[in-house]
Ligand binder design. Structure first.
Ligand SMILES: Cc1cc2nc3c(=O)[nH]c(=O)nc-3n(C[C@H](O)[C@H](O)[C@H](O)COP(=O)(O)OP(=O)(O)OC[C@H]3O[C@@H](n4cnc5c(N)ncnc54)[C@H](O)[C@@H]3O)c2cc1C
Length: 483
């Protein structure tokens, strides 16, 4: 197999060409570059497809292709000076172990491994353990995804929060009600990301996620896929227990002996994967009290900004705005502020909605999600400022969690104590005056928003940075500061 990278095909301004047309053009361009006849090809796969929109009037699709032909050895020799022609790497995930044949039997006295939490981390820990033959037991405090969806709508529609079944807790974890963006900037030499995408496709995700440079699934599809993955784990001998919260660890002589569950039951195990995510603050406190090592890490706080998606499309894609091959445009912005803080856009959701994402009563947390089609009216993104452990004096590793909770409580009060999100027009925020009405952008957040002065929530250093960044962003992405 031979890999060809950086193969560029201009995007058709008339938007007539389909994905299949572009694939055909890429195939023809590859054959031309390599000097191959169509009958020389024995395999052809698009490994990656991205786009280069730096020149808005001449956007190009950028392909990485895997090609097989009996002539590959000769081609690799002929193109050895070309950095865009190379042998295709084997991107299959390699398992690190397999359970012994007698695992879990009385003879081996094997205790089954436990996974605590069934979010993306617990889902894949459970799936891999099951695929390796370890028959994991997965404990999840929330409900199965169908019942959980009803509870989540309870907050969005009726302002009723279920503390153990919401956007954060339940089957699929915080990943279920998400934009389903499936890319990261980390290096992945063991092809774990590829393994995740391959399993998602096996569970019903669109196959395009294997090659699009910014793969995305969307909430509705995720719900059925997660159910399918649960069935796969069960067929392999795993077990999933919902509404089962771990409330204590039994650690003796530095080794785990078992887990206590909220209903008082005890589960003996020597191996537990802690996949409890970022919102289980009660569990973090329990772990800290048990002496489990916990380290404070940097995080970010800020607001969600919403724009009409058409504004973002035009500013990113110019005359190509609305081209179906590109889809709804995103953006990614960073600004280094005078006070030493960095403000950046995060978790940008093209054609999506801002959602109420708290798991704790009388607190307001916002996040962004979208469906596969990404065709809601607005684009939204978090505009956040970095907070580091040094911002909290003392050596309590959970001081940042206390800070987050105070901020979320403040947001609840500013929103009117009814789970409305506090909101402000960006022009008012920059001018330092409270908003008393909304502008032309209709907020997507449910149950609703309350116009106010957002500078009454985060600390002054954060507000200062968050005020400095938007005009700088506007110079790159015209339209960000209006409305
Ligand atoms: C609305 C929204 C949109 C998002 N969009 C994206 C996106 O597009 N792309 C992206 O990469 N990330 C996105 N994220 C973030 C992403 O969802 C999280 O990073 C991811 O879910 C973390 O996975 P996790 O498995 O570590 O934890 P979680 O998803 O938080 O899952 C942890 C699970 O553990 C369970 N649990 C906790 N404590 C216990 C206990 N004591 N006993 C038993 N069970 C317990 C919880 O109920 C939960 O189900 C989004 C998040 C939200 C809320």
């Amino acid at each position: 197999m031979l890999r060809l990278t950086e193969l560029r095909i201009p995007l058709d301004p008339s938007a007539q060409q389909t994905d299949a047309d572009y694939e055909q053009l890429a195939r023809e361009a590859a054959l031309a570059k390599l000097g191959l006849a169509p009958q020389d090809l024995t395999a052809f796969t698009v490994f990656k497809r991205g786009y280069d929109a730096r020149q808005r009037r001449a956007i190009q699709l950028v392909f990485t292709l895997d090609i097989d032909s009996p002539r590959v050895p000769e081609l690799l020799a002929r193109f050895q000076e070309d950095p865009h022609v190379m042998p295709s790497p084997d991107t299959r995930y390699q398992f690190v172990a397999q359970a012994q044949a007698n695992f879990g039997t009385e003879a081996s006295q094997g205790l089954r491994p436990v996974v605590i939490g069934f979010g993306p981390c617990g889902l894949f820990a459970g799936l891999l353990l099951a695929q390796m033959g370890f028959r994991p037991i997965i404990l999840e405090r929330g409900k199965d995804v169908r019942r959980r969806t009803q509870d989540t709508w309870g907050l969005w529609r009726k302002r009723q929060l279920n503390e153990n079944s919401n956007v954060q807790f339940g089957e699929g974890g915080a990943g279920t009600f998400s934009d389903g963006k499936l890319y990261s900037q980390i290096k992945d030499p063991a092809f774990r990301g590829r393994k995740v995408l391959t399993e998602f496709v096996a569970a019903g995700a669109p196959a395009e996620i294997l090659y699009l440079s910014k793969p995305h699934i969307g909430t509705f599809k995720l719900v059925t896929m997660i159910e399918q993955m649960r069935h796969t784990i069960e067929q392999l001998g795993g077990e999933i227990c919902f509404e089962t919260q771990v409330t204590d660890l039994d650690i003796q002589g530095g080794a785990l002996q078992g887990l206590t569950l909220q209903n008082g039951d005890y589960l003996a195990t020597h191996h537990a994967v802690l996949a409890v995510g970022h919102s289980a603050r009660d569990t973090f406190r329990m772990l800290h009290a048990k002496g489990v090592y916990i380290e404070a890490k940097a995080f970010s706080v800020g607001f969600r900004v919403e724009h009409p998606q058409s504004v973002i499309d035009t500013c990113r894609f110019g005359p190509f705005a609305g081209n179906p091959t590109l889809g709804a445009a995103d953006y990614k912005l960073v600004h280094h502020c005078k006070n030493g803080r960095a403000v950046y856009s995060f978790c940008m959701c093209p054609g999506g909605t801002v959602v109420a994402a708290t798991s704790e009563p009388e607190r307001v947390v916002t996040n962004g999600m979208s469906q596969y089609s990404r065709n809601e009216r607005n684009a939204n993104a978090a505009l956040v400022v970095g907070i580091s452990p040094e911002d909290f004096p003392g050596n309590d590793p959970l001081a940042g969690v206390d800070f987050q909770q105070a901020l979320e409580s403040r947001a609840f009060v500013l929103g009117g104590r009814n789970y409305n999100a506090p909101a402000q027009r960006i022009g008012d925020f920059l001018a330092g005056r409270p908003s008393t009405s909304l502008g032309s952008v209709e907020p997507s957040y449910k149950p609703g928003v309350t116009p106010c002065d957002l500078s009454e929530a985060p600390p002054d250093y954060a507000i200062e940075a968050l005020r400095e960044a938007p005009p700088a962003f506007d110079r790159k992405t015209k339209g960000l500061c209006h409305g």
